[in-house]
Design a protein around this ligand. Structure first.
Ligand SMILES: Nc1ncnc2c1ncn2[C@@H]1O[C@H](COP(=O)(O)OP(=O)(O)OP(=O)(O)O)[C@@H](O)[C@H]1O
Length: 345
């Protein structure tokens, strides 16, 4: 389902144009107040623009002032930051709700609900009520409910924002699986989400699209300062090994693949700087650390971005002061294998 949107919401100073191909996922990035939620609201039919037009495949969602499809007739599912499950219904009934509303029989709706609960990893929780679920489990159920409606377009508003890091990491993997091949728009503040979930990235600033393109290009060669700030991700390229990857110049790093990848295949490791720790000196014999040389120190509030010829680390300023690292210093970097995401190159 290809999507084309052009909309102006004058009161919020938002004026955007976006396009998305069939089966593609678009990540919408941008600082607070940039207009991301407004764009989702316009697509979902919850915010009426002053002017504009949107089409989803050959369906016109709106063409103002003449036409405006109400939310329930758009074939669009919106997944909010909080799961917003019906509290009085079991998990299974929550998920059955969408196919039932679309006219499916009870048996069909149940089969569909069970299938989606399995795919999102919460099949065993079908008979529980929402208040018996953790935040991550509830969000999985919400994803199952959104997808059981078989939407032509799925909108996700910071789906991982309210979860703690380890739960968010697991759910990110599930989302990557279920969004593959689906037309989706994901609002996120997190470059890693954009990198792992999206085919394309649009960066919003002040209600306008300031940068747009294939995710890899936008994230690795950012042109707008906000994108650069946001995407301080470190990337290493190399070949898949049994436990991680090895770079062309022989650095071996353990990591976690985002999908099964055969050994020897060209891969990229994506590392978030906040997960990298730094110590002065070269690795000790048998130590799994990475030998690196500091190339720059960039203070940011009470943190310092320690750039090296290998990975970038984001560490508290007090730690840098204690380590007394300076450009040219030889350091050892360590990063937990779970934080080294290995993706196809
Ligand atoms: N209900 C509303 N009525 C009027 N103005 C609004 C409303 N909601 C948001 N705005 C304004 O519209 C602009 C865009 O806000 P929006 O919520 O779309 O940004 P966002 O990028 O989603 O931000 P955040 O990351 O903080 O959620 C902001 O100037 C905001 O103050």
């Amino acid at each position: 389902m290809s999507l084309a949107l052009s909309a102006t919401v004058a009161e919020r100073d938002v004026a955007v144009e976006l396009r998305l191909g069939t089966g593609e996922t678009l990540a919408l990035l941008g600082p607070n107040g940039a207009g991301k939620s407004t764009v989702l609201g316009v697509l979902a039919g919850l915010v009426r623009p002053d002017a504009g037009r949107a089409t989803l495949s050959d369906e016109t969602l709106f063409d103002l002032p003449a036409s405006w499809l109400p939310p329930h007739r758009r074939g669009i599912a919106l997944l909010a930051q909080d799961a917003l499950l019906f509290p009085h219904l079991t998990v299974r009934r929550n998920v059955e709700f969408a196919p039932r509303s679309a006219g499916a029989s009870r048996a069909e709706a149940r089969a569909k609900a069970d299938e989606w609960l399995e795919r999102t990893g919460v099949g065993a929780l079908a008979d529980r009520r929402p208040d018996e679920l953790s935040g991550g489990q509830a969000q999985r159920v919400a994803i199952a409910r959104a997808l059981a409606a078989e939407p032509e377009l799925i909108l996700l508003d910071e789906p991982l924002a309210s979860l703690d890091v380890s739960v968010a990491g697991e759910l990110r993997g599930t989302l990557a699986e279920v969004l593959a091949g689906r037309t989706a728009v994901v609002v996120t503040h997190d470059a890693l989400d954009a990198y792992l979930l999206a085919d394309r990235v649009a960066v919003l600033g002040g209600g306008r699209v300031v940068e747009e393109g294939p995710a890899r290009d936008v994230l690795t060669q950012p042109r707008h300062p906000f994108t650069a700030e946001l995407t301080g991700l470190s990337l290493l390229t190399g070949r898949r090994t049994a436990t991680g990857l090895v770079t062309d110049d022989g650095l071996a790093l353990d990591g976690t693949p985002t999908a099964p990848l055969v050994e020897g295949r060209p891969v990229t490791a994506v590392v978030r700087p906040s997960t990298v720790s730094v110590r002065v000196g070269v690795p000790l014999p048998g130590e799994a650390g990475i030998a690196a040389t500091v190339t720059a120190l960039e203070p940011r509030d009470d943190l310092v971005r320690v750039r090296t010829d290998r990975l970038t680390a984001l560490v508290p300023a007090a730690v840098v002061a204690e380590l007394r690292v300076a450009p040219g210093a030889r350091v050892t970097l360590t990063v937990p294998p779970a934080e080294v995401r290995i993706t196809p190159a």
